[in-house]
Ligand binder design. Structure first.
Ligand SMILES: [Zn+2]
Ligand SMILES: [Zn+2]
Length: 477
């Protein structure tokens, strides 16, 4: 009798766990069943790489897929024509899934293991956002279908977030309050390894410093001219001296986007584009003021007019270990990317061109769970300060491949990228399932989030009041 009681009890306790494994298996199966469709979508985005805020076709393609699957789609949100929110379900919890789709300028590359642009100086998916957007869409559709079958309550939302590469689409969505009722927002990113450890990034404020002077014949009447390029050079010189007097961990970089047209004409217009980064958003704001002082000093000394346009400003990622551990378990369940003989040959050839060599077999494994601090920045940072958030990466690229490289474009356009995308879609779907069905997980993630950001935290975007920089990819002539 007693034995029987124990048996019944243990079955009752085990039942939800067994059910979860069954549901996760079915989520993976439904993504596998539509693999050809998702591969075709990713290839379509990859073949037509669109820059930040110009992603009309990519955004429309993902929206169409979500609409066809039964999501309600609102497009053009937060003042950005290519941003969208796709929703399904009702009530709590509300789980967000981020989806990016913008490409990078100048990195056009074929799906071949040697450097070979498709379009000379054209754009390319060197950060794999075509896979990012597609896998997030695939995960949401798989979860939606299961919700429909099971009657599971809750809301899933896909956030179509444009212009991650410097345009900060997510910031405007956060500022517009689109995440206010979200319980957890998850993201992932293409990479050269499978990794769900909690990671952070650098806060980053960027902007364009424009100087206007007076044109003159550089030999005939140089005294009549006031060189805008002199102002850019004077500013850069002051900033380069400033590097010695900034907090450790600061990163300052610039390019001159306009510096005049001909040496024999004193340039009446010049522009420098600056990034200021540090792990602490507050320090970034303080150092940004010093950049502005250097620019003002340069303008004064060269008798030019100064105009400053803040382009972007993102927070550092706020890690959430509760969520990271949950995702890590799902990523381990799904497993990494295994190569066919052909893919292995492709990977070996790519690996030969990389400065960092990593074991190609690592694509099939999941990295140990550990905290990582990345040197880059992402507008996911802003999301992570208003809602508990965590992300992961999968091996869509050959191990050792850095982001923003032609090697990343190459692998992202062939089966290695597609396989990594499917790993991501399955991991994401299983993680959203866990969040929908485990209230304690959402509560714990929220408690950790509140502790980490502090009781008196108020979100203030680093970009201030500016509108989305819809033309930031257009350089002045
Ligand atoms: Zn990137
Ligand atoms: Zn990226």
């Amino acid at each position: 009798m007693r034995l029987r009681f124990l048996l019944v009890l243990s079955v009752a306790v085990m039942a939800p766990a067994i059910q979860a494994q069954d549901v996760k298996t079915s989520l993976a199966a439904s993504i596998d069943a539509r693999q050809a469709t998702y591969t075709a979508i990713a290839d379509e985005l990859w073949s037509n790489p669109e820059l930040g805020y110009q992603e009309q076709k990519s955004s429309a393609r993902l929206q169409a897929e979500l609409k066809a699957a039964g999501f309600a789609v609102e497009s053009g949100v937060a003042g950005m024509p290519t941003a969208f929110v796709a929703s399904y379900g009702s009530g709590k919890p509300v789980i967000g899934i981020l989806a990016e789709f913008d490409a990078l300028p100048g990195l056009s590359q074929g799906a071949v293991p040697v450097r070979k642009p498709v379009v000379e100086h054209g754009a390319g998916h060197a950060c794999g956002h075509h896979l990012f957007g597609t896998a997030s869409t695939a995960a949401a559709i798989a979860v939606k279908e299961w919700m429909g079958r099971s009657g599971q309550r809750g809301t899933i939302r896909v956030y179509g977030t444009p212009a991650e590469e410097g345009g900060g689409g997510k910031i405007y969505m956060v500022r517009a309050g689109l995440f206010d009722d979200v319980d957890v927002a998850l993201d992932w990113h293409p990479g050269s390894q499978n990794d769900a450890g909690p990671g952070t990034s650098l806060a980053n404020k960027s902007g364009k410093f424009r100087f206007r002077g007076k044109a003159a014949h550089a030999a005939g009447a140089p005294w009549a001219g006031r060189s805008a390029l002199d102002a850019v050079e004077a500013m850069n010189h002051m900033v380069n001296m400033m590097r010695e007097h900034v907090p450790d961990g600061t990163r300052i970089h610039y390019v001159i986007t306009s510096g005049g047209g001909a040496p024999n004409v004193v340039p009446d217009f010049a522009e420098a584009y600056y990034y200021m980064r540090h792990g602490d958003a507050q320090l970034v704001l303080e150092m940004w003021k010093r950049l502005e002082l250097a620019a003002q000093g340069a303008a004064m000394g060269t008798e030019t007019e100064l105009e400053i346009e803040v382009v972007n400003g993102v927070y550092a990622l706020l890690p959430n270990e509760t969520l990271a551990q949950m995702i890590d378990a799902n990523l381990r369940r799904v497993g990494g990317v295994t190569y066919t003989a052909e893919e292995r040959a492709f990977a070996e050839q790519i690996s030969g061109t990389l400065s960092t060599k990593r074991d190609l077999a690592s694509a099939a494994t999941v990295e140990p769970f550990a905290r990582s601090d990345a040197g880059g920045s992402t507008d996911v940072g802003d999301v992570s300060w208003v809602v508990p958030n965590s992300g992961f990466s999968t091996a869509t690229w050959v191990p050792g491949t850095p982001a923003h490289s032609w090697q990343a474009v190459a692998a992202g356009g062939m089966s290695i990228g597609h396989k990594g995308m499917i790993v991501a879609a399955k991991t994401m779907a299983m993680s959203v399932y866990d969040l929908l069905t485990t209230p304690k997980l959402v509560e714990d993630a929220r408690a950790e989030f509140e502790r980490a950001r502090g009781a008196d935290f108020t979100y203030r975007p680093l970009i201030g009041e500016r509108e989305p920089p819809l033309n930031y990819r257009v350089n002045p002539k």
